[in-house]
Design a protein. Structure first.
Length: 270
């Protein structure tokens, strides 16, 4: 990455001055020496440690990603307050963080299952290892070792031919912008909104278009600040067999049959 596009040093200086703190007082708050803080602010530390990023992120309540890649001095006061409230302006997931996980006795990541009754609690406990440890968890073969996976139940028929009440196994997405258009995902939304299983297309304006496989349902747009997490579809478990044809497929077959009949009539009439 071009170092000219990294704003960590200037950002922590800007945030310090915004709070009307001098270097001595901030360094004391963060258990740093003043000389190290000065070096970080002026870019004299070529390779800050991960602890340094997390220390400032936790103190200022701003994600590591934004501290690194957004020039905070150019944002309005309203945007800065939104940022501090958790509405991240740099859309690569809600923030760069260590995703809370659980592991088995062999120190391998479990696949946690989020049942329907646990959905409400998940919105507040998704980053709490203690909360996650109370969820059902298990191991599945043939999952990539590099990813983190969870299982989510679905409701409704908006994703037919994937059957209703399927359990979706999905991989955590850190960088939302890496998603290709119409990627199948579980999207965790804030507030009273449900978890949704949709095709996700990330817009240039930071919005996400969510569309169903079932053409009976219209696509709709959500703002990035309304999204907590995105999990990319990998597979599903179901006790039902997928439908071989939905209503749209059947209509298409009828239309094709009519077209064939018309073609035969035209051919016989010549």
């Amino acid at each position: 990455m071009n170092s000219q596009n990294i704003f960590f040093g200037s950002n922590i200086k800007f945030l310090r001055e915004r709070r009307k703190m001098n270097q001595e007082s901030l360094a004391e708050k963060l258990s740093l020496t003043r000389s190290k803080l000065n070096a970080l602010e002026n870019g004299h530390t070529k390779a800050p440690q991960p602890d340094d990023y997390l220390r400032f992120s936790d103190f200022f309540k701003i994600s590591v990603d934004s501290l690194l890649r957004v020039n905070l001095a150019k944002l309005s006061e309203l945007k800065l307050r939104e940022l501090e409230a958790g509405n991240d302006v740099y859309m690569t997931g809600s923030n760069i963080r260590v995703l809370a996980i659980t592991v088995n006795e062999q120190n391998k990541e479990n696949v946690e299952y989020v049942p329907v009754k646990a959905k409400a609690g998940y919105r507040s406990g998704y980053s709490d290892p203690e909360y996650l440890s109370k969820l059902p968890r298990f191991s599945l073969p043939n999952l990539p070792k590099s990813g983190t996976f969870r299982m989510f139940p679905t409701v409704g028929d908006s994703m037919l031919p994937i059957p209703e009440k399927s359990d979706i196994i999905a991989e955590y997405v850190q960088d939302w912008k890496s998603l290709k258009p119409d990627t199948l995902c579980i999207v965790i939304l804030k507030g009273e909104q449900d978890f949704v299983f949709k095709q996700v297309t990330v817009g240039k304006d930071g919005t996400l278009m969510l569309s169903s496989l079932n053409a009976m349902y219209e696509p709709y747009i959500v703002k990035s600040e309304d999204v907590i997490e995105i999990w990319k579809y990998r597979s599903f478990l179901s006790q039902s067999l997928p439908s071989t044809a939905n209503g749209q497929d059947q209509m298409m077959k009828i239309l094709l049959n009519v077209q064939e009949q018309v073609n035969k009539i035209n051919k016989n009439g010549k």
